[in-house]
Design a protein around this ligand. Structure first.
Ligand code: TYD
Length: 139
């Protein structure tokens, strides 16, 4: 977990059933998802210019989807950084444990849907960047 890099975070193509009445995406039995979904939450009504995140997780895996609108996710493993733009509901970003992330540049009306591998646990968070750097360096 500590050794995970931003290159272990990947964009996954999700299902999409399309017909003239619209689209549906189903997240079920995904072979490409390396965790069972225990928790779902979503961010919405994010004021212009705000950013979210600004933390890392020790054990939590997440799949992040722009269910509506768009936003950017900055990923940082302590050495490498990568910015991913999410703007389609049928793509998700897999974030593995041990990655600092910041979510920013939310479009108006954006909805950030998150599927998570564990229930909420404040002890799993690393909320200060200096603590994150020590955690990554302390192998
Ligand atoms: P946090 O994860 O810090 O938000 P973000 O990374 O989007 O900026 O969570 C914000 C608040 O919500 C914080 O007080 C903890 C609480 N929270 C829960 O109680 N349960 C949850 O599942 C999540 C994700 C957050």
């Amino acid at each position: 977990m500590k050794l995970n890099s931003v290159y272990d975070c990947s964009i996954l193509k999700l299902s999409k059933i399309h017909n003239r009445a619209g689209n549906i995406t189903i997240l079920e039995g995904m072979a490409s998802l390396p965790f069972d979904i225990k928790r779902v939450y979503y961010l919405y009504d994010i004021p212009a210019g705000e950013s979210r995140g600004g933390h890392a997780h020790k054990a939590l895996y997440q799949l992040v989807v722009a269910a509506s609108g768009s936003f950017d996710i900055l990923l940082d493993d302590g050495i490498n950084k990568k910015v991913v733009t999410l703007n389609r509901p049928d793509y998700g970003l897999l974030i593995v444990p041990g990655i600092w992330r910041e979510l920013m540049e939310f479009s108006s009306g954006a909805i950030c849907l998150v599927l998570a591998s564990h229930l909420y646990d404040e002890d799993d968070y690393i909320r200060h960047y200096e603590d994150f750097k020590s955690y990554k360096n302390d192998l």
